[in-house]
Write a protein that binds this ligand. Structure first.
Ligand code: ZN
Length: 199
């Protein structure tokens, strides 16, 4: 059975357009029977694709954390962004530390979003994706733009949204490389090099 990459509805095997949402079904673009999760369980190349995606975002997150730490140190504005060293009196409170980590996470997430949004909107990739050999592309073949990049990256402002974005993408029928937001705006991530992470 064949499904639309965008809305997940069942389509004819030779259909050029999705009868429900009108999406173009050019070539083999995301038309496949199983959901992303089923492919992830059974297909080594899909496992590799997502392992590379995870690696790329870990690299990007590490870059963001390092840059934030350097900025905080160099410009000595630690208290402004909640990175200050606590006095022994306040640091004894678990709630203080919870707040400290929450502030760190919130700033890092915001910067990760802004960085990914600009890098993918302008260059089609982040540094992490460049290193891992991944590229963000539009399904319609046009070059990446800031609007598409904004939509596909907005879930990065909060880790739980990103997890949901990926889970809904993989839980539905369609192109296996798409998060839900990719499906919504018509983008996908393509591997440009060969790399084996899961042997
Ligand atoms: Zn459709």
């Amino acid at each position: 059975m064949v499904y639309c990459w965008k809305c997940g509805s069942q389509v004819g095997e030779q259909a050029a357009l999705c009868p429900k949402c009108g999406a173009t079904l050019r070539g083999t673009m995301g038309v496949q029977s199983p959901t992303g999760f089923e492919l992830l369980r059974d297909d080594r190349s899909v496992q590799n694709h997502w392992a590379r995606r995870v690696l790329a975002i870990l690299i990007d997150a590490a870059i963001v954390v390092i840059v934030l730490a350097v900025i905080a140190t160099v410009f000595a504005i630690p208290f402004f962004i909640g990175l200050g060293f606590p006095s022994t009196a306040v640091s004894a409170f678990p709630a203080w530390w919870a707040g400290w980590w929450a502030a760190w996470l919130a700033w890092a997430s915001l910067v990760l979003f802004l960085y990914s949004f600009l890098a993918e909107g302008l260059y089609g990739r982040t540094l992490g994706k460049e290193i891992i050999g991944l590229r963000v592309e539009r399904i319609d073949g046009k070059s990446m733009d800031l609007r598409s990049s904004f939509i596909r990256n907005i879930s990065k402002i909060y880790w739980l949204l990103l997890v949901l974005d990926v889970a809904v993408g993989l839980g539905t029928h369609g192109e296996m490389s798409q998060k839900w937001s990719d499906r919504f705006i018509g983008t996908k991530v393509e591997a440009k090099t060969h790399m084996t992470i899961i042997p």
